[in-house]
Write a protein that binds this ligand. Structure first.
Ligand SMILES: [Zn+2]
Length: 371
């Protein structure tokens, strides 16, 4: 399938036609070139705001080829916008990793950097190295933000840590999206974080207290807040499908965000991998620390997450797609992504009738097509 990238062209799908000019979607539908993909339904490209790697590459690295491998792998699965998530590490290591990632942010290959640590709870460290966890200080925060020159777009914080609420306010003032996660906080501490501008829950249910009817933990309060976006790892392993279904019904269409939390093994064979400094064993696609119980990210891809939400959690496909497109765009204030309206980046995926992605258009360039 070919389209001249210089002149406007039409991508004609089953559910809609998208007009593309250069790297943008245009309102001008008067193009002479039409690419017929009427076997496919067209939706915006996916936005994955929580991803550690894939295709054998990790973002916690100083090797740019690993970063490129991860971006390339996920893009082929329909993720046209990807955030690089970093696990906890000493400040100097984080700065080296940030410096490796920054050229990819500058060239818009990445939408930004997500610091998932180190300001998280040792009780809910998950696969983060417990020796790297600490409370936030103004100096460290300033050093990291300064080194990244605007590339840090999201930070996960445990609100109960000393200094965390001040750090949240400082991050929000610097236009960084603050997520609550890897936390032992109670509802009052969650509320204090939201009052200071926290607006996302990092992989809800994972690495935080569970929900008990007399001891609810932070989640029921957070799920009920209209201003808070809820990340969900929709692989059926991190959260039971019944809980995903209940959660999606509770939060409605506009606040759920599908994330992969994928690590290097996504798209690769079972075996031994690393997540930051931690050794990870992947068996039957499930990534765990060598304690054989702690989940260590996933091998999920966004197309599979969307398919899982629609097939196993009974969300209509179009709604599952909003969890992977419009909602993360809103959470991260990405103004030109997440929809197929005129003026948006020409990032498009095409689904076949089984819910499999058969077409990926990235910035107006057709990458994958079996249509
Ligand atoms: Zn993660």
């Amino acid at each position: 399938m070919k389209a001249d990238p210089e002149s406007p062209w039409l991508l004609a799908g089953r559910n809609r036609t998208v007009a593309i000019s250069g790297s943008r979607i245009t309102a001008d539908v008067d193009a002479s070139t039409e690419v017929d993909v009427r076997a496919l339904d067209l939706y915006p490209g996916f936005i994955d705001q929580h991803c550690h790697g894939g295709g054998g590459g990790t973002f916690s690295t100083t090797d740019a080829s690993e970063v490129a491998a991860a971006i390339h792998f996920h893009r082929g699965c329909g993720t046209t916008s990807i955030m690089a998530s970093l696990v906890s590490a000493p400040t100097s290591e984080l700065i080296s990793q940030i410096e490796t990632l920054m050229p990819f942010v500058d060239s818009q290959e990445l939408i930004g950097i997500h610091l998932e640590g180190p300001w998280i709870s040792p009780r809910f460290a998950g696969a983060h190295d417990p020796d790297s966890l600490r409370g936030p200080t103004t100096e460290e925060l300033r050093a990291l933000l300064h080194s990244a020159q605007g590339a840090i777009r999201m930070v996960t914080v445990a609100p109960e840590l000393p200094g965390a609420l001040d750090a949240i306010a400082q991050l929000v003032a610097a236009d960084v999206t603050v997520a609550i996660g890897h936390t032992a906080c109670n509802p009052e501490q969650a509320r204090a974080a939201v009052d200071r501008g926290a607006s996302v829950v990092t992989h809800a249910f994972n690495a935080m207290p569970g929900v008990h009817h007399r001891d609810p933990g932070p989640l029921p309060w957070l799920l009920a807040q209209d201003t808070v976006f809820i990340e969900l790892i929709a692989d059926g392993l991190h959260v039971h499908p019944d809980v995903l279904r209940l959660t999606t019904k509770a939060i409605g269409e506009r606040r759920g965000i599908a994330v992969t939390d994928a690590m290097a093994a996504a798209g690769c064979c079972d075996g031994e991998y690393r997540l930051g400094d931690q050794r990870v064993q992947v068996k039957d696609g499930a990534a765990r620390l060598f304690d054989e119980s702690t989940l260590a990210g996933s091998t999920l891809t966004m197309d599979a997450a969307v398919r899982f939400l629609s097939s196993r959690c009974e969300l209509p496909l179009s709604e599952a797609v909003t969890f992977a497109t419009r909602n993360p765009a809103a959470a991260l204030s990405l103004r030109d992504r997440g929809s197929l309206d005129a003026g948006m980046r020409a990032d498009v995926v095409g689904f076949d009738s089984q819910g499999y992605v058969q077409l990926v258009v990235h910035g107006g360039t057709v990458l994958t097509s079996s249509a």
